[in-house]
Write a protein that binds this ligand. Sequence first.
Ligand code: 5RP
Length: 230
Amino acid sequence: MKDVSANADAKRLAGEAAAELVKSGMVVGLGTGSTVAWTIKRLGERVKEEGLDFLGIPTSFQAENLAIACGIRLTTLNSHPVLDLAIDGADQVDQNFFVIKGGGAAHTREKVVSCSAKRFVIVADESKYVPKLTWPVPVEVLPFALRLVERRLSDLGGKPVLRLGKMKDGPVITDNGNFVVDVDFGVIEDPKGLAARICGIPGVVEHGIFDNLDELYLAGKGGVERIGRS
Ligand code: 5RP
């Protein structure tokens, strides 16, 4: 289970820095989690202070509520199918720009929104930038298919664990009404191949391996570094 309070200062630095990318007239994907929450809060301040005029598309109920509280105008993918920019957090990013997301169980909508954007930016503290991915891969699963999916994920060499609620008995239910299993694959040597194999399992709605990152805003003690795809 991730610790959202870890590296709080760096998360804030990275999140707020990426808010400067947003210009009036843009349609912007608003990610989920404690890092991008700083982006959303800063965008709300810019709306009030500078009259920044943009439309947001939230990736979860959490992001939607925060954006509304911050006074950000929202739209939908149905009305605006192509976004100028999407900004989101991550659980891990490797040197080849493969990403693991879904610590907040929002990765299905996060993938749809980020793949609808011309530019996808991730905000993170520097502990998340790693040589190789090792974070358990969140997989959203149709509840009806749970046992089959668990068996097939084990066949791929993973150790699937059904994610359980904290203040609720039983499993976490995603914004789409599904379960999430977190699958430990150890060191992931071939994220692209693994992603394709997970996609091939009947009943998998979406997995948390992303390959569409354009830019990383990474923060540590030295400030914020912008790393582009090489
Ligand atoms: C939610 C996500 C989050 O962006 C990811 O878990 C990072 O969260 P945080 O910024 O709180 O560390 O993928 O599904």
